[in-house]
Design a protein around this ligand. Structure first.
Ligand SMILES: [Zn+2]
Length: 311
């Protein structure tokens, strides 16, 4: 704690810093605090899709950061003391309770003044518990991966717009308009996915971890995950046999792997079964900064259309 890279003012008095910033109108000269960069509202998101929402809704009135470093897998993120302090110092924290335990703890400890918990508005559903081999599977746990169904994202954008409007009332009309523009782009993406996946020779999608339950439910696909909802879980030999049986009986051509979690298990399984591999990105983070939520979603659509022989 004695070597925190944050300036002493933020470490000693984070609550005061937040109060000072919350009262600081955008466009003003700021308070001299490093947290007030150009008079924008400081928003901290816990991982990429929520940062995307905050940036799109906030536009140039906000500065967004993420608690999950670029290229990192967010499920088991660990936070440094400086990151925990940044949770206190931010004017708004956007996170998803139940997804990243370290973030849940930091939000509870730091008590930021304005918080949007996407779990409150994204209409999460319980994971399907197909892993009878896994004694540790928690029955009735909520599946966090809502952002892979674009129709579940606009309520989060609305909640972010509401929170930003409280912090920065002068921007309220802008935040509302930005949230509506984002919702329109998400609706267009949903329509592309719906039509692109309407007529396919196969509907079973074998994935390395079960991130695609909401996508499968929305577009009438059937997800078969090698690992469960947590990508760190090693699949049992029995689970690998089950997946192999599905691949053979359903004529599956492709085992999908991800970009941030290790592709080894998926690649080995595909090689054993003599089928292809391809990337299906759970959008938990970006591989490189030329991508965004929409471009990766469209890459996913193309990968699915090839693997499932959609017309
Ligand atoms: Zn995941």
């Amino acid at each position: 704690m004695s070597r925190s890279p944050l300036p002493p003012a933020l470490v000693v008095a984070p609550a005061l810093a937040v109060l000072a910033l919350a009262g600081c109108a955008p466009g003003s000269a700021g308070t001299g605090s490093p947290a007030a960069s150009g008079g924008t509202v400081e928003v901290l998101a816990s991982f990429y899709p929520l940062q995307m929402v905050a940036q799109e809704v906030g536009g140039d009135r906000v500065t967004t950061g993420s608690l999950t470093p670029p290229g990192a897998e967010p499920h088991d993120v660990e936070l440094s003391p400086a990151q925990v302090a940044s949770v206190s110092a931010s004017q708004l924290v956007v996170y998803l309770s139940g997804f990243q335990p370290a973030v849940d703890d930091a939000v509870e400890q730091a008590g930021p003044r304005h918080v949007v918990d996407a779990a409150d508005v994204a209409d999460l559903v319980a994971t399907e518990d197909e892993h009878t081999e896994d004694e540790h599977a928690d029955h009735g746990d909520l599946d966090p991966h809502f952002w892979l169904d674009p129709t579940r994202v606009p309520p989060v954008a609305d909640a972010v717009a509401d929170a930003l409007s409280e912090i920065d009332p002068e921007g309220a009309d802008t935040y509302r308009a930005n949230a509506e523009a984002l919702a329109a782009r998400l609706t267009a993406l949903d329509e592309e996915l719906t039509s692109g996946l309407a007529t396919c020779e196969r509907r079973v999608v074998v994935t390395s971890h079960e991130a695609f339950g909401y996508l499968a439910a929305r577009y009438d696909l059937e997800q078969v995950g090698i690992s469960g909802v947590d990508p760190e879980t090693e699949p049992s030999p029995a689970r690998l046999r089950e997946v192999g049986d599905v691949v053979r009986s359903e004529g599956v051509t492709t085992v999908f792997f991800e970009t941030l979690a290790s592709p080894k298990v998926a690649r080995t399984l595909a090689a054993d079964l003599g089928v292809e591999t391809a990337v299906l990105d759970p959008l938990e983070g970006l591989r490189d900064d030329t991508d965004d939520y929409f471009s990766v979603s469209r890459d996913n659509l193309e990968a699915l259309r090839v693997a499932l022989s959609c017309s």
